[in-house]
Design a protein around this ligand. Structure first.
Ligand code: CA
Length: 319
């Protein structure tokens, strides 16, 4: 013990000095980035996303070692475009809902709301903001479950769970838990692609599973401007594209589902005023798509509105 103590005394100042220099450099760099975010980033870009993600990890000190390399940050030259959109309508949304997943299954919206002890699946019809009160059916989940994304399969909702490796299968009509599947890895967003499901998580891997199988049959990485993208959260299949919220930003990545390459951004940062946001984490999250009308429903964590938007198609952009 004494020897260890002596060694510790010898090594400790060096370690402390190194730690001090590391954190000072990191914090100085990120502080500089904070200012740059305010001044120069008006739209979504890989640069903006990396800055925001580093800023988030600064808030949560233990995860400070998260790194996209500085080389990548300095070399990213985003040539991806932000597609335009038009607000068609607004609907009521509970500002106590910490949106994790959003789904349109006519005539209902299904929505998962996260948090330990607060997780629930909510089912409701879109309600105009000037009508009261907000009515919905709810399935409350056990206190030890933090629900994440949702997708649908026939008459069920599939719901991922944070760090539990469980996929919950819930009956759409009765809103009762029907069964559970286990899968390997964490669960954030989820979408169904024919007979497989794709689950995102806190890593750069998107895992593809056959339903009921524990081990993924494939892993995908999402590339934006040749940079591997992290933070893929809530997702939605929109025709041939995957629309994905990028945590913790207001950016939606529009991803080619055949090769997982980002083709464009949908920037929702001006949709909901920063002054109305309850928490620092109240970013855009929640994408639902009405295939019949082509309308996209989007919201954010603890926003009091859902927005119906019509977006410019990528083909129009290319013409
Ligand atoms: Ca969705």
């Amino acid at each position: 013990m004494v020897t260890v103590g002596v060694l510790m005394l010898d090594i400790k100042p060096v370690i402390l000095l190194n730690l001090f220099v590391f954190f000072w450099c990191k914090i100085s760099y990120l502080s500089a980035n904070d200012k740059r975010i305010e001044i120069s980033h008006q739209t979504c870009s890989i640069q903006y996303i990396i800055d925001k993600q580093n800023n988030y990890y600064l808030k949560y000190f233990g995860r400070l070692f998260y790194s996209h390399s500085l080389d990548v940050i300095n070399s990213s030259d985003d040539n991806l475009e932000n597609i335009r959109y038009q607000i068609l309508d607004t609907y009521k949304h509970g500002n106590k809902i910490s949106t994790q997943g959003l789904l349109f299954s006519e005539p209902f919206i299904f929505e998962s709301s996260g948090g330990l002890g607060q997780s629930r699946l909510i089912k409701y019809q879109l309600q105009k903001t000037d009508n009261a009160p907000f009515k919905y059916d709810v399935l409350k989940l056990p206190d030890n479950i933090f629900v994440e994304g949702i997708t649908e399969l026939d008459d069920t909702i599939l719901m991922t769970t944070l760090k539990k490796e469980e996929l919950l299968v819930i009956d759409k009509k009765s809103m009762r838990l029907r069964e559970k599947y286990t899968f390997t890895g964490d669960g954030w967003g989820v979408l169904r692609d024919d007979d497989t499901i794709v689950i995102s998580n806190s890593t750069t891997d998107m895992s593809r599973f056959r339903l009921g199988n524990k081990v993924p049959i494939k892993k995908h990485k999402v590339l934006a401007n040749n940079v591997i993208l992290k933070g893929i959260n809530e997702m939605e299949m929109v025709g041939e594209y995957i629309f994905a919220n990028i945590w913790p930003t207001d950016c939606i990545a529009i991803i080619d589902k055949t090769n997982f390459v980002v083709l464009a951004w949908l920037d929702l940062s001006r949709l909901y005023p920063v002054t109305n946001r309850k928490y620092w984490s109240s970013v855009a999250n929640g994408i639902a798509y009405d295939k019949k009308t082509g309308v996209l429903y989007v919201t954010g964590k603890n926003w009091d509105k859902i927005f119906a938007i019509k977006f410019e198609s990528l083909n129009e952009k290319n013409n």
